[in-house]
Design a protein around this ligand. Structure first.
Ligand SMILES: C[S@@+](CC[C@H](N)C(=O)[O-])C[C@H]1O[C@@H](n2cnc3c(N)ncnc32)[C@H](O)[C@@H]1O
Length: 246
């Protein structure tokens, strides 16, 4: 397990941190990019589409808004953003994932901790299943806050662990055993063995809330999906236009 101090991942014997993590994560996603969508649909039993829709709804933005799909991968969120009448830009660490985009929406290859986007230029940021992959989570959240306009919205979709005992046991078997087996059959076994282990990087809900506030967000919210199989975290960029109260 990754030990966290105030939400910041600390060194661990078997999970990488720092530059080693960035290099390993980039190489892993480059390798699994061609079959990422297929495996993703199977291991979420197709529920990820519904969860993305709920996440986009949680942004609460009108059509015509400009939204960043942070760590966009092959662009499942980006496609949804466009279908909902918004403009999208994507960013991702992995050239392989960007090359496997379904549609050629505008996107940049960049670490989430250093986005080549103008300050205050976006109305919304969505981010799907990527937080635990970020090497510097605090800096990545600060970048998301920087590129949002005051009052702009963030909605993050992440894995969660169900609290109900029966659900939890089922989840442990599916995520801990079935997912690595399916990933090994269809794609890259090492990558899909890493997937359940990578949840150790994810701060708990209180640490994540504190990190979001420190990054420049207010009104942090969290909803659990399908009995806690996934979670949506929402937040609003502090500093309302015209200096009004938040
Ligand atoms: C599990 S995939 C999710 C992709 C997509 N968001 C989705 O919902 O299907 C995680 C993505 O995060 C990207 N990623 C990992 N670390 C990153 C970083 N430090 N900066 C930007 N993207 C990163 C990976 O390349 C990968 O595309």
């Amino acid at each position: 397990m990754i030990r966290t101090v105030g939400g910041t991942p600390q060194a661990s014997a078997d999970l990488p941190t720092g530059e080693a993590k960035t290099a390993q994560v980039r190489a892993m996603f480059d390798a699994i990019a061609p079959r990422y969508d297929l495996v993703n649909r199977i291991i979420t039993l197709g529920l990820d589409r519904r969860w993305r829709s709920r996440t986009f709804d949680a942004l609460g933005l009108p059509g015509g808004s400009t939204v960043l799909d942070l760590a966009c991968g092959t662009g499942d969120f980006a496609d949804l953003v466009v279908r909902r009448g918004c403009r999208v830009v994507g960013s991702d660490l992995s050239a392989g994932m960007l090359s496997a985009r379904h549609h050629p929406f505008p996107a940049v290859q960049a670490d989430a901790a250093a986005l080549p986007l103008a300050t205050g230029s976006l109305d919304g940021v969505v981010c799907g299943y990527a937080l635990r992959n970020f090497t510097d989570l605090a800096a990545s959240l600060a970048e998301a806050a920087r590129v949002l306009r005051p009052g702009g919205r963030l909605a993050v979709l992440e894995v969660a662990t169900p609290e109900n005992g029966v659900m939890r046991r089922g989840f442990d078997v599916w995520f801990g055993r079935c997912v690595p087996a399916i990933g090994g059959l269809l794609s890259d076994g090492a990558a899909y063995r890493y997937l359940p282990r990578s949840t150790a990087y994810l701060p708990d809900k209180d640490d994540l809330r504190r990190m979001l506030v420190e990054a420049g967000f207010a009104t942090v919210g969290r909803q659990l999906l399908h009995g806690g199989l996934s979670q949506v975290i929402t937040a609003t960029r502090r500093g309302m236009p015209g200096g009004g109260a938040e």
